[in-house]
Write a protein that binds this ligand. Structure first.
Ligand SMILES: [Zn+2]
Length: 129
């Protein structure tokens, strides 16, 4: 996936305008500007990834899910999970299902995407290896 040129242009313009405004009232070195941009882009990545995983769950999950025991499980709630991504720790929400027949409880999104809450994401794991 890639960000569109239009969105990239808008984001760049917003960032530059924000930093330019700050430069009017304080003296900033090029090092401070570079570090500020790096931290800002990292936070955008954290927020965006968390929101996108949450949206993926909202778009794909329903109140009922087929259980491996062939019975129907119901969504109990939507719960928060944390992942160590390349942007740092992110927070997302996903549906939690339970089967009254076999008492299996699981997160469909985590299983489908091979996410292990509390651990490193697949991309981060590759970087750490
Ligand atoms: Zn079951």
């Amino acid at each position: 996936m890639k960000c569109s040129i239009e969105t990239l242009s808008k984001m760049t313009a917003l960032l530059v305008a924000d930093f330019e405004e700050q430069m009017k009232t304080s003296t900033s070195t090029s090092v401070e500007i570079e570090q500020g941009l790096r931290e800002t882009l990292q936070r955008i990545g954290q927020e965006s990834l968390g929101q996108l995983l949450t949206l993926k769950d909202e778009h794909n999950q329903t109140t009922q899910e087929a259980c491996s025991c062939s019975q129907s499980a119901r969504r109990i709630s939507r719960r928060e999970g944390k992942l160590l991504s390349v942007f740092g720790w992110i927070t997302y929400r996903r549906s939690y299902y339970g089967c009254a027949h076999c008492h299996r409880y699981w997160y469909v999104l985590d299983e489908e995407e091979n996410l292990r809450a509390g651990s490193a994401s697949a991309v981060m794991s590759r970087l750490l290896a």
